[in-house]
Ligand binder design. Structure first.
Ligand code: VGL
Ligand code: ZN
Length: 197
């Protein structure tokens, strides 16, 4: 069975010192590098926002990071400006191996966020990743990266929905964990049949 490793958003802005730092985000880099050769395919995702992206608190007058707003597609957390296209913050962690098969960028549309590597946050606009994996014969995916309770979780739930066998290797993930989001993510992934290790 063709088994892909999906490396989610291991970028400077999600590592200590970055704009939306995930605690311990850099600790997973050596682990992920070591995992890469065990898979038939390696795909990296890259959060890739234009300036003034609608997920940035700074885009909305009177809003602060980590507040919620209502978007046409549902509730959206507002974030500090992060992973702006072409910036150092959007670059992969310098020690991360980036010699994988595909780098998939997401979140590049101004008016919609994209946590998942498969669908944007309206849960209908596809990124094309499903087509890529299917045409390569991938049936099983293992996910690692940042952040467990946002982009990793959304990617894992979509992959399960699309019929892949999904594993999240939590040893090589780190979470933002705001307002119990990590516990909720764990529950949702288990309920969807995602294997957590
Ligand atoms: C992410 C918040 C905003 C993530 C991306 O990679 O988990 N979280 N953009
Ligand atoms: Zn983002």
């Amino acid at each position: 069975m063709t088994h892909a490793l999906l490396v989610i958003d291991v970028q400077n802005d999600f590592c200590p010192g970055g704009a939306l730092a995930v605690p311990g985000g850099d600790e997973i880099v050596p682990l992920i590098n070591g995992m890469m050769e065990r898979f038939d395919a390696v795909i990296l995702t890259q959060d890739w926002h234009p300036a003034g992206h609608s997920s940035f608190a700074s885009t909305h007058a009177g809003k602060a990071p980590f507040e919620m707003i209502e978007m046409p597609y549902g509730p959206q957390v507002l974030w500090p400006d992060h992973c702006q296209q072409g910036t150092e913050g959007a670059a992969f962690h310098t020690d991360l191996r980036t010699d994988g098969d595909l780098i998939l960028r997401k979140g590049f549309r101004s008016h919609i966020d994209s946590y998942s590597g498969f669908f944007e946050n309206d849960q209908t606009t596809p990124t094309g990743l499903d087509g890529y994996l299917r045409t390569r014969g991938v049936e099983q995916v293992t996910m690692v990266g940042l952040a467990t309770d946002f982009c990793v979780q959304f990617s894992a739930l979509d992959a399960a929905k699309l019929g892949y066998q999904v594993t999240v290797d939590t040893r090589a993930c780190r979470a933002i964990d705001m307002d119990g989001s990590m516990a909720a993510a764990k529950q949702a992934m288990c309920d969807a049949g995602v294997v957590l290790i």
